[in-house]
Ligand binder design. Structure first.
Ligand code: HEC
Ligand code: HEC
Length: 265
């Protein structure tokens, strides 16, 4: 599909501006997602459907349903937005069909369950539940169900995070700090620690002891920049320029957060 330089209409109905800010960024390389996952109302009322619903609950209320394995204030949905449906926020429908996959992170071919364990360990700063546990099985079932009808073995448009084109200027945390103050602090707090309402996390922390750890995908500036570009500020994805996304990612990832568990003893 050919993508015009100024207006892109995503399947989600979002209207994005790109390439029109005099920053000479190449037309966005992303394709609009076309895959449509089934809706919740289509989850069958049978034992399989129960497993899928359980997976969805764990995904959206991770501390309540898998608390023992979670070491921070995030849920799976904090990053895999819209219950794991949003394109370019590593949607679950894109995940199921692309495993087993080789990962350079551990030089192994991983199954989907093992990949999910990785998010528990790094993104949730926790302990991975056993592969054959109910928790991993329900999450895999939820991912399987959501990918209904998707072709196997191809990368669907909108799968994973958006891959940023290289930055024009070296990402700069000092410029990023200004972007953060103007565009992010309102929800995530000037101190990056997020905000709570009662027992619930209203806006998740983006750094500090209750955030993702240094081994997480988002601890890489390029991954975080792609996530921010497409998804933040919340519901205003693609409103930042590429350079602002790089800079704010460099700033957020320069802040303190829990160590990489592979380097902790
Ligand atoms: C702090 C953000 C964050 C949190 C929280 C998080 N993840 Fe992830 N997850 C990521 C990133 C980043 C990737 C890598 C996406 C990519 O490869 O572009 C990823 C990848 C995945 C994938 C593989 C996607 C693919 O297409 O290869 C699955 C499945 C997944 N996560 C499930 C989960 C589950 C289940 C939870 C909750 C237990 C969770 N994640 C929590 C950030 C997060
Ligand atoms: C209007 C409120 C709002 C604004 C403004 C906003 N965010 Fe978010 N952000 C959220 C919410 C809410 C989530 C979690 C979504 C969910 O749980 O469904 C989130 C999730 C995230 C995450 C993944 C989870 C985590 O806490 O690590 C990152 C990283 C992030 N935002 C960075 C940013 C950055 C950078 C900006 C500024 C460019 C920004 N956000 C602006 C509300 C906001």
């Amino acid at each position: 599909m050919k993508i015009g330089p100024t207006l892109l209409v995503l399947a989600s109905g979002l209207i994005l501006f790109s390439g029109s800010r005099g920053l000479a960024s190449p037309a966005l390389a992303q394709e609009p997602a076309t895959f449509q996952p089934p809706s919740d109302s289509e989850i069958p009322s049978d034992p399989f459907g129960n497993l899928v619903r359980k997976g969805e609950r764990i995904f959206t209320q991770t501390r309540t349903y898998a608390g023992k394995y979670v070491g921070n204030d995030l849920t799976c949905e904090s990053c895999h937005l819209d219950r794991g449906r949003k394109p370019y926020a590593a949607p679950l429908w894109g995940a199921y069909v692309s495993y087993p996959r080789f990962r350079s992170k551990n030089h192994k071919v991983s199954r989907l369950g093992e990949r999910i364990q990785g998010c528990f360990r790094f993104s949730m700063n926790g302990t991975p539940p056993p592969l054959d546990s109910d928790i991993i099985r329900s999450l895999v079932a939820y991912s399987f169900w959501m990918s209904r009808g998707a072709p196997v073995g191809v990368k669907l448009a909108g799968a994973r995070m958006y891959k940023m084109p290289p930055p024009h200027r070296t990402p700069d945390p000092f410029r990023g700090k200004k972007v953060y103050a103007a565009k992010c602090a309102l929800c995530h707090g000037a101190d990056g620690l997020g905000t709570t309402s009662g027992h619930d996390v209203a806006f998740p922390p983006v750094w500090g002891p209750r955030s993702y750890n240094m081994g997480a995908g988002l601890a890489k500036v390029s991954k975080l920049a792609g996530f921010v570009k497409m998804n933040m500020p919340l519901s205003k994805g693609s409103s930042l320029t590429d350079q602002q996304s790089w800079d704010v990612a460099a700033y957020v990832d320069s802040q303190p957060r829990p160590a990489d568990p592979r380097k902790r003893q």
